[in-house]
Design a protein around this ligand. Structure first.
Ligand code: PLP
Length: 439
């Protein structure tokens, strides 16, 4: 399998060195320093088009794609979502603020989260088009917080967001680790069938604008078949709640991507969308339901392959059979291997086509033995001072980055043909000190 196929669509080898969207990674490292991350706009656009084309060919009803901001959100990414008319899934007031700063309109902001704070809910009520309610406690809080339409106050109130209920389908999808499953019986997410019916009754009793059902079964799966019974359960509940026209149905996101050449080919988005669309259509017919507005919520499968992490090697250590490549990035910008054993691949920026003569492990500079990003990967010979590029780095890396050991989050670049934009500058020591008050 070709390791280069894991990289963004515009990746090429020029003069024996990696380029993306026509930009030399070595030259970018000289200009912006390392570690840095890049996003290739063409890959983001192409992934989005893949979802839209599949929806257009398989689903005759209204349909939208929501970008799951938890994969990685910053102002530039939020701005990029808007010409594509993407909704933005925002967890909490922080992501809502970023989406708004990037110009996402209220009707495109979807407020998610498993235990939303009062501040999260107030922000969602002010700025979101939809709140996806996770539990009954939260629903009670929403009822208390929304402006009472009967109140005599004459101040104009913003429109009240629509409410969807998050179903816990109790159906497990196969992901690479249990930490990325969310739909199984014992999960902390969402409501059981009985709780959904109780919540729906609560909405009726209190005149709350309930108009949708959502579930999300996990992240990075490549077998869509467990979605079928979850869709069936969701449609069954929609019927029982009594949705009629203009209702919304979101079977979440979670479609996988290949991180390692052993996992190629890429999971097929068209197949994923086909399974969802056909089951929603058939289920609606069986239940006598009108087709809902169908929302898909991909994060990883839009952003992961568009992103690349570029690190500089500082030292090479040989310990018996083990070869450690020590780099300037690691678990603080990519905790996924440390958290749940995620596998990655990698190429040297210079000489990427060289013979893979050595099996190496790639570790960062932080004070944890678990600060490892890649284990046991065949690579061409790597020397101190070389640059390496890790593909499929666009999702759940920077969004889970930390300042452990005083690490400063890397610079993030946006690459288009003929243009480079620094969309997030590297953090500085001043950034680290900014919140501190001292004694
Ligand atoms: C509610 C919800 N929607 C969408 C997603 C996106 O998942 P993925 O990035 O795997 O597509 C997640 C991720 O966990 C989620 O929790």
């Amino acid at each position: 399998m070709n390791r280069l196929d894991l990289f963004p669509d515009t990746t090429k080898i020029n003069n024996d060195s990696l380029t993306i969207a026509g930009h030399s990674l070595a030259a970018l490292a000289d200009t912006y320093g390392t570690p840095f991350y890049l996003y290739d706009r063409a890959t983001l656009d192409n992934s989005t088009a893949g979802y839209k084309t599949a929806l257009a060919s398989h689903y005759p009803g209204p349909a939208s794609v929501t970008y799951a901001g938890k994969a990685f959100l910053c102002i530039a990414i939020a701005q990029w979502t808007q010409p594509h008319a993407l909704y933005v899934d925002c967890t909490g007031e922080g992501e809502i603020a970023i989406a708004m700063a990037g110009g996402a309109p209220r009707e495109h902001i979807l407020a998610h989260g498993v235990n939303k704070s009062i501040a999260d809910l107030n922000s969602a009520i002010q700025h979101a088009g939809t709140i996806v309610v996770d539990n009954i406690f939260e629903l009670n809080r929403v009822k208390e917080l929304i402006p009472n339409p009967q109140s005599p106050i004459s101040i104009p109130q913003p429109p009240i967001p629509n409410l969807w209920l998050r179903l816990l389908p109790g159906v497990t999808v196969a992901t690479h680790h249990t930490h990325t499953q969310t739909g199984q019986h014992e999960s902390k997410f969402g409501m059981t069938r009985e709780e959904i019916l109780e919540a729906a009754q609560f909405c009726k009793d209190h005149n709350l604008p309930l108009n949708g059902i959502h579930f999300h079964q996990g992240s990075n799966f490549r077998d869509a078949s467990p979605l079928k019974s979850a869709i069936e359960l969701g449609l069954d509940l929609a019927k029982e709640i009594g949705f009629e026209q203009d209702w919304h149905f979101s079977p979440g996101g979670g479609w996988g991507v290949a991180y390692h050449e052993d996992e190629l080919p890429q999971p097929d988005v068209n197949e994923y969308v086909r399974v969802i669309a056909e089951n929603v259509i058939a289920g609606c017919q069986a239940h006598g339901l009108p087709l809902p507005h169908l929302h898909l919520e991909p994060g990883r499968s839009l952003a992961a392959r568009a992103g690349v992490a570029v690190y500089r090697v500082g030292a090479v250590k040989r310990r018996g059979d083990k070869v450690w490549i020590l780099t300037d990035g690691g678990m603080t910008d990519n905790p996924r291997h440390a958290m749940y054993g995620a596998r990655y691949s990698c190429l040297p920026v210079s000489g990427p086509g060289g013979e893979r003569s050595e099996v190496v492990s790639i570790a960062g500079p932080y004070c944890e033995s678990g600060d490892v990003v890649i284990e046991d990967l065949p690579m061409p010979k790597i020397l101190a001072g070389d640059l390496i590029a890790i593909p499929v780095s666009g999702a759940y890396q920077l969004s889970m980055a930390s300042n452990y050991n005083g690490a400063r989050k890397p610079a993030v670049l946006w690459l288009e043909d003929g243009a480079v934009k620094l969309i997030q500058r590297r953090e500085t020591v001043d950034d680290l000190l900014r919140r501190d008050e001292g004694l």
